[in-house]
Write a protein that binds this ligand. Structure first.
Ligand code: ADP
Ligand code: 5GP
Length: 189
């Protein structure tokens, strides 16, 4: 029998670099890390693929998944809904896979209430100015949405203290390496 996989929550404001750091982390096969693909009602960005970054669904389909109890948690973020498919996460953990959830702060609280043994990590930008530069540099959102995401970030940053670990995303390699150490310690390695 496999040991049940670890549940890892990676949060942090939009544009801090969660996706980038996650991709770096997933290059390390020794972490046995699997990304939980969330469901969202937001539109697909250039370069994203349905089923890889997210399952892109209609508002109606998202509501059906809530009604059918398919989501471990879900939250509204700047006008769209995002949720974690429950069965997939459980199945991967039962197979001994360490599962990474990349979710915002409200969803984190819901997951921690249900799975108190989850490892929680908040990725922090060096400054708000750096965060703004990163969101703008990504060129994926119109100005109004960027402003909303920055306002949301200002509200989310103080919630970092609710997480077991706060990791500074100064460089992708250093942040990923710090998170890898945190995961290995949690795994008892
Ligand atoms: P998130 O998933 O948190 O919304 P992304 O991973 O999409 O953020 O990163 C947002 C932008 O910031 C991307 O253009 C990415 O290349 C850049 N970025 C990520 N980490 C760093 C870093 N440590 N230094 C500079 N730019 C970064
Ligand atoms: P984005 O639109 O930038 O991909 O994501 C917006 C925010 O939603 C990010 O903070 C991201 O981590 C979060 N998010 C993505 N998937 C989920 C999810 O399944 N549940 C919750 N609660 N948040 C999510």
């Amino acid at each position: 029998m496999n040991k049940k996989g670890l549940l890892i929550i990676l949060s942090g404001p939009s544009g801090v670099g969660k996706g980038t750091v996650r991709k770096e982390l997933m290059k390390d096969p020794s972490l046995h890390l699997f990304f939980s693909v969330s469901m969202t009602t937001r539109g697909i960005r250039p370069g994203e693929m349905d089923g890889r970054e997210y399952y892109f669904v209609s508002k109606e389909e998202f509501q059906r998944n809530i009604d059918n109890g398919n989501l471990l948690e879900w939250a509204e973020f700047v006008g769209n809904r995002y949720g974690t498919p429950k069965d997939k996460v459980e199945q991967m953990r039962e197979e001994g896979k360490n599962v990474l959830l990349e979710i915002e702060t409200k969803g984190t609280a819901k997951v921690l209430a249900k799975c108190p043994d989850a490892l929680s990590i908040f990725l922090m930008p060096p400054s708000l100015k750096d965060l703004e530069n990163r969101i703008r540099g990504r060129k994926t959102e119109p100005e109004a949405v960027i402003e909303e995401r920055l306002a949301k970030a200002r509200a989310e940053l103080p919630l970092a203290s609710k997480y077991q670990h706060v990791v500074l995303n100064d460089t992708v390699e250093r942040a990923a390496s710090e998170i890898a150490s945190i995961i290995k310690t949690a795994l008892g390695e």
